[in-house]
Structures are given as structure tokens and as C-alpha cells.
Ligand binder design. Structure first.
Ligand SMILES: *Cc1c(COP(=O)(O)O)cnc(C)c1O
Length: 224
């Protein structure tokens, strides 16, 4: 079995021609594996459960940048607001308002990505395109002074049909390019978070600059 460090190096070599941030998705994985990646210089890690994020943050080195990549419940924002580096899964204005409140309490500005629906599966959380445009063009986010919306996050359909995945990523990139040009003091569109173990290469080819990779780094997850 290759080590965590070997897996990261392999991905880095393979993606040599792209500019991107690699978020190592450590959900369900123990701290010693995260430290293996840390010791080779890796600093960006992603978790999808608030409790795990909090536990790992308090146990591991303080210069790790923690990404919240899962669905975030309003009543749990307060636990991660003091330290979270980037929230990927923002899927409602209501959630943005709560993040604003907790960011203010912590005297921070919290960077957020708007999770946007691109997949066919209707189970995945997120805004649809028109909702995102309405939000960015709208008045209310001007008042969310402790929030910075830095980009979009999306997940493609879980399918082996590569052209479909590519089309979905393209649609998110087109939306990103559109939003980038809307003037708004609370936005600074820089981050396109798309691509996971099965499709990160396609995502980068279609304009992603942040990939969230779990099993290709840490091995398959055991939910037993
Ligand atoms: C688990 C997860 C990933 C990583 O998935 P892999 O297929 O293991 O790379 C990426 N993004 C989100 C939102 C996840 O929940």
C-alpha cells in the first residue's frame, strides 16, 4: 500500500501543468494519517462533519487550513467560526446570515463558496444558477460585512459518462465567469472548487482551481 505522502506526490506530479489548491479530504481518517501529509508540507484539509472538524482542529497543528466541505447546519456554524479557513457548502441565504453573525462575534471575515447544483441527482444540496445570480446581484449580501464570497463549489453527477461530467463542470465555470464580472463589495470570485478522486482531472481541464480529494490520498473510507 502506498503511503499518504506517496499518494499526494503522485497526484502533484500528474497535475504538474495545472494551477490549483489540493484539499486533502480526511473525513473518517485518523489524525496520524493527516500528520503524514502534514509532515510532507501539506496544509489544506477538508472535513464534512462539524464535530470531526472541531476535534481534529484542536488536536492537530494550528497552521492547518481547515475546509468545511459538507452540508453545514445553521446551529453548528458557531463551532467552526473561530477557525474555519473556507466553507465550501454554503447553500442558502439563511446560512450566510448565520455565518455573518458568528464571523462578527469572532471578529473575522469568513470566506465562503456558494454550492451550486450542476448534477442530475436532485439529492445534492445547493443553489441553482438563477438563485446564485439573484443573490450576487441582490442587495442583502452587501450587509454581510464579515463574509467574503470567493467562488463556487460544485459536484458532478456520479457517472462514468465523461462527457456529461465535463458538461456539468463547464456549466459551473460559465456561471463563475459571469459572476466574476458583477460588481459587489462582498464578492471576490477566485475559487472554483470542483473535482474529487474520480473526476479531478476533468475538473481541472474545465477550469477548476481547487480539488477536494479523499480516497485517492487516504484510501477507501470505512463507514462501518
Ligand atoms: C468526500 C468528499 C470529497 C472527496 O471524495 P473522494 O471521492 O474520496 O475524493 C469531495 N467533496 C466532498 C463534498 C465530499 O463530501
Amino acid at each position: 500500500m502506498p503511503t499518504v505522502a506517496e499518494n499526494i506526490r503522485k497526484i502533484q506530479q500528474e497535475l504538474d501543468q495545472f494551477q490549483y489548491e489540493l484539499v486533502a479530504v480526511s473525513k473518517t481518517k485518523p489524525n496520524n494519517l493527516i500528520l503524514e501529509a502534514y509532515e510532507m508540507g501539506h496544509r489544506h484539509f477538508g472535513e464534512n462533519k462539524v464535530q470531526d472538524l472541531v476535534d481534529k482542529q484542536s488536536a492537530l497543528p494550528s497552521d492547518i487550513c481547515w475546509h468545511m466541505i459538507g452540508h453545514l447546519q445553521s446551529n453548528k456554524v458557531k463551532y467552526i467560526a473561530p477557525f474555519v479557513h473556507l466553507i465550501h457548502g454554503v447553500d442558502s441565504l439563511k446560512l450566510l446570515r448565520i455565518i455573518q453573525k458568528e464571523a462578527l462575534k469572532n471578529s473575522r471575515t469568513i470566506d465562503c463558496l456558494l454550492q451550486t447544483h450542476i448534477a442530475e441527482e436532485s439529492t445534492k444540496f445547493g443553489f441553482d444558477e438563477t438563485e446564485v445570480i439573484k443573490l450576487i446581484e441582490g442587495e442583502e449580501i452587501h450587509h454581510l460585512t464579515n463574509i467574503r464570497i470567493v467562488g463556487l463549489m460544485g459536484m458532478a453527477t456520479n457517472t462514468s459518462n465523461e462527457s456529461q461530467i465535463r458538461k456539468e463542470f463547464q456549466s459551473l465555470k460559465n456561471l463563475f465567469d459571469h459572476l466574476k464580472d458583477i460588481k459587489n463589495p462582498r464578492t471576490n470570485f477566485q475559487v472554483m472548487s470542483m473535482g474529487m478522486s474520480s473526476d479531478y482531472r476533468i475538473a481541472l481541464e474545465e477550469g477548476s482551481n481547487m480539488i477536494r480529494v479523499g480516497s485517492s490520498i487516504f484510501g477507501a473510507r470505512d463507514y462501518a
